[in-house]
Design a protein around this ligand. Structure first.
Ligand SMILES: Cc1ncc(C[n+]2csc(CCOP(=O)(O)OP(=O)(O)O)c2C)c(N)n1
Ligand code: SF4
Ligand SMILES: [Mg+2]
Length: 290
């Protein structure tokens, strides 16, 4: 019988077994990146910038030139590389603690300068590597080791929405939010990241893709049980309709809070000027939990 291969491991993905927890989004995303880089035929001229966090050893998995960066400093490293090597395809891979906490100032200024590198922002709403502490993106009501009773906006603030914040700037050419949830979400993530790489190669400024990504370890599902209380609450919220825009499925990133109350700033789903699109995740991160 003649066997026809229907799938091959991307060349850019090294033959290493991954250290990520089962169900983690980083592994899926690494594979998507490898596929995209193979498809575009850019492996020899692509340079990645790795963060600190669970994806710190990006270089173990992708067969590329990769520079490590200090926590939150990927924008500075990516800026340096892309300015010195204008023909290179440069991408920064950053977690939410990395990009939205420790490196907040870095990313905002890199975006404002319109640097020529792709950002893949992996938002799992938690500090994964260091044991599940609250991140700036942790949802209201979501429990973490540093807010075991759930995030309280009164004392801890509301989750930061990086896409919306960056969309206030004029320079970025693409600001997108996608989710690693189910085949459709993963396909959309792949297509959007590929688009971001194409933008970078076309000389467009600061393409930025936020990827909503699961961290099953610190979201604390219990064996044999349904998800934890905060995850259940998360799911309930996901089913409620938006009172502002019924088509909106941005879930936790919506203009309403986790508890359904209105937040002061509405989500900007329309872009102005040279910003092409914000692609809100159709059903939000809570679908990842479904
Ligand atoms: C300046 C600095 N502060 C704190 C740390 C400790 N640290 C290492 S990884 C990490 C959390 C990473 O979280 P995130 O960026 O969300 O990545 P994830 O592990 O969730 O993918 C922290 C706080 C550090 N290495 N450097
Ligand atoms: S702790 Fe979370 S982000 Fe880190 S490898 Fe495990 S599931 Fe992935
Ligand atoms: Mg994180």
């Amino acid at each position: 019988m003649v066997m026809t291969p229907v799938y091959k491991k991307p060349k850019t993905l090294r033959d290493a077994s991954m250290h990520f927890c089962p169900g983690c989004g980083h592994g899926i995303l690494h594979k998507l990146l490898a596929e995209i880089i193979d498809e575009l035929g850019i492996r020899e001229r692509t340079i990645g910038v790795a963060p600190v966090g669970c994806s710190v050893v990006l270089y173990d998995y992708l067969d590329l030139d990769i520079s490590e960066s200090a926590h939150g400093r990927a924008p500075a490293v990516a800026t340096g590389i892309s300015r010195c090597l204008p023909g290179a395809v440069v991408f920064a891979y950053q977690g939410d603690g990395d990009l939205a906490s420790i490196g907040t100032a870095e990313v905002i200024h890199a975006a404002n300068r319109g640097e020529h590198y792709v950002t893949v922002f992996v938002n799992n709403t938690i500090y994964g590597m260091t044991g599940g502490q609250m991140a700036p993106t942790t949802m209201v009501g979501q429990a973490s080791t540093t807010c075991p009773g759930g995030r309280d906006p009164e004392t801890m603030g509301n989750p930061m929405r990086m896409c919306e914040m960056l969309s206030a700037l004029d320079s970025p050419s693409l600001i997108a939010r996608v989710k690693l949830d189910g085949p459709a979400g993963i396909r959309k993530t792949r297509a959007t990241i590929k688009q971001a790489f194409e933008y970078q190669m076309a000389g467009k400024k600061f393409p930025f893709v936020e990827v909503l990504s699961p961290c099953p370890t610190h979201w604390k599902p219990r064996p044999g049980k349904r998800w934890s209380a905060s995850a259940r609450k998360w799911r309930r919220f996901s089913r409620s309709r938006c009172s502002v825009n019924s088509a909106c499925r941005t879930g936790i990133f919506c203009c309403r809070g986790f508890d359904g109350s209105r937040l002061p700033r509405p989500l900007r789903s329309r872009m102005k000027g040279n910003l092409t699109n914000v692609i809100p995740a159709k059903a939000g991160i809570q679908e990842v939990l479904a």
